[in-house]
Write a protein that binds this ligand. Sequence first.
Ligand code: SF4
Ligand code: SF4
Length: 982
Amino acid sequence: MSPKRMITVDGNEAVASVAHRMNEVIAIYPITPSSPMGELSDARSASGEKNVWGHVPKVIEMQSEAGAAGTVHGALQSGAMTTTFTSSQGLLLMIPNLYKIAGELLPFCMHVAARTIATHALSIFGDHSDVMACRQTGMAMLSSATVQEAHDFACIAQSATYHARVPFMHFMDGFRTSHEVSKIEYLPDDVLKTMVPEELIQAHRERGLSPDNPVLRGSSQNPDTFFQMQEARNIYHDAVPGFVEDSFDAFAELTGRRYELFEYHGAKDAERVVIIMGSGGETVRETVDVLNSGDEKVGVLQVRLYRPFAWERFVEALPTSVKSVAVLDRTKETGALGEPMYLDVVAALNRAGRSIKVIGGRYGLSSKDFTASMAKAVFDELAKEMPKPAFTIGIVDDVSGLSLDWDECGNCYEPGTMHRAMFFGLGSDGTVGANKNAIKIIADNTDNHVQGYFVYDSKKAGAVTISHLRFSTDPIRSTYLIHEAEFLACHQFHFLDSLDVVSHASQGGTFLLNAPYGKDEVWDNLPRSVQQTIIDKELKFYVINARKIADDAGMGKRINTVMMVCFFALSDFLDHDASIGHIKEAIEKSYGSKGRKVVEMNHAVVDQTLQHMEQVDVPGAATSTFDVSPIVSPAAPDFVQNVTAKMLAGKGDLLPVSAFPVDGTWPTNTAQWEKRNLASEIPAWIEELCIQCNKCALVCPHAAIRVKAYDESELDAAPDTFKSMKYKGREFGDTAKYSVQVAPEDCTGCKLCVMVCPGKDKQNPDRLSLEMKPQLPLKEQERENFAFFDAIPEADRTLLRSNVKMSQFAEPLFEFSGACSGCGETPYIKLLTQLYGDRAVIANATGCSSIYGGNLPTTPYSCNADGRGPAWANSLFEDNAEFGLGLRLGLDKHHSVAMDLLSALRDRIGDDVLVDELLNADQSDEAGVLAQRSRVDRLREKLAGVDGDGVGRLHSIADHLVKKTLWILGGDGWAYDIGYGG
Ligand code: SF4
Ligand code: SF4
């Protein structure tokens, strides 16, 4: 066999590496977090990489997961070795074909990065709700808990399926495993080839449909035969565990790594055992070792083969001393007596006649962190005389009272050899890429095991990414976030004002800050509480102006290389020269394709960085006269103060169940309270050059620059620095004033407004009416100016005309979204809300527009002073047209019922003129809509004095007498209107 080789990859790459080399046809459709498996396979085939049999697999991207599954089914029926990858709703779309594939005993192994299924909300994060929805299909299900296992099980499942003829679903935990970077032992081609004997491939091929040997499959059967044939396959499914064990044995022979169907770890005489599947098992294992090193006797049983559930093997694996077990399921089956694996365990123990107390709990839904302290709480519950039979762990459930309490103890279950590093970066500053390189450098050049996990905010711009890196000479089993790190880096200075960054440093740790200040100025620019934590934790504090170094080198905001050099200098994994050499090699690999100039710029930065890094002399006392600002303004509504603000502060995990709406309904109009301060430069208005075209407001993707024309009396209380000029048109009266105003903390600095601005200085055409200036010195003044501007009354909409200039005097009802800086979609959505927002219902597909439109914590769709604004909902990726049609039909029905009731109640309303006007209103323009609204108000007054059949109903739907527009918004921002009345 080939010599041992280590690679550093994430779970997706670990699986794709095997799947591509062991198949002939790969049908793909992207869905987070499984997309990289398809993308990597596609890239491999595109570059001519061959499978272990010497052929380039055919990779085909389909129109949906349903299409991918159909393609897989067909390819399998032709006798080709076939695979696919998916997650969540994508997997659900495959279910009908999975039944068929299993029913036809077609061997294949698909790979799933298990992800939450959308219920009250979409979530791209991980749990087992998707795979659990497939447990009845007849697919065998094999669960991997680590990146190494994901690599190994991709091969083992492929081997077992060809032996058993039963198709396999191999799954790993979405994000926690699929996106965790780890150092693993690579499976060479000869191992893969040996694991699937040629004669089994041949047998599969020979069963393929061929006119040379014609048969018929997929028949239609009747009551006389269907049932028997369902049972005829039992022997194949019964044989699966044996084949998986054989594959485990063969694999162990080839690699030295041995797995079991149910893997027990812990005290041989354990009385309490946790049963779990997936990455959480590693955490429980870590907990068990620590507890057993004291005076406890506990264990963990990790489930590998979930379907078929080999109950005899399960019972054999459980020590005879066990008195109670807790089954942890990473899914929720509402209304069931227990979650799926709990019920399997109860049935298995019952069948074996074992009298053991069994309790069941839910954990880790949507990648909720599952820590060793939580595992300890489960063992503690098991030790109670009367444990909760059903519980949750990881949340505070103050409604149903199901949750267990736990004491979070930070790093206390991790081995003493562990080194931890945390990096707070921006999505666009290259932090994650640099950290992946750092992990690879340390993995490749030291004996350390490594773990890299990256927590992404799903905002498009200004997303905070927190990198969690662990290094240890012992195996790393901590499949949860780092609480306190020996090395802490903050890559953006302004994070200190909104995130509790320094609390994540361990006592005596190192804190590296990218700041626009040197070592002598930085202290006075830190909030007082940050200073106090640095003192209390006795941190070694270093500062570097990475943005300046990157800027000077022509790399703009890409500060990643600077920060990576500092990390290596402040950690002692490698000596200085070695680390510099490896960093430069990593730069060649990462940026080589972008050209020599980019590589050389980065190399120059590597050489210059350390002379600019300075250690700060930490004073003995906090001296700042300012502290961290409140996350949201005290003027924000209660919900924003109590819920949104905690989520913005990164403390959403602490919110109890009672804090949330029960049905996923969320208030709009909350993005205004999130001040992201992303822009280092913002546009400043030079009024004497402005031609009042309003193009700046039109193109701004974030509604961060606005225009108003207003009566001059509004300026009486204007701040000193507020700018205005005489309005050049007549629409708003002869003395109207005009202002262009930026929201300084909501601008992303994209410069689109400057690029489009035609207002020029005739003497110096480079001088425009908008000019980018540093945000920091302008922030306070422009914040005050924007607040003043915002309070100026909006224009009378009936005066506005349908052209670019006039449209921008209409209030945007979509503002400050988390779309990418410079987004080309959001200006259109903003315009749509300016024109029709007060009467719009939006059916949004899943994609960019649903993320910047409805991704919590904050919501960019907003309201006007009357409380009207777009109502927004997202159904599924694939059905927003149908969803929108349903909304349209509902709205139209309400309208027609209201019209019918109006006619029927004419006499009781007692105002024929009003009724006729309501029935025959022309709502084709703004004035018509506003007039109808005021008629509806009058109707309501009349109805208040009337009773009888239908009056209450008309009252409740009278608003539907006013035109509503239904917009169908594509995932990538396209929109169309399903018109009023049809
Ligand atoms: Fe809007 Fe970009 Fe101009 Fe800022 S720089 S105001 S985000 S267009
Ligand atoms: Fe004035 Fe320039 Fe804005 Fe036009 S784009 S309104 S000229 S600042």
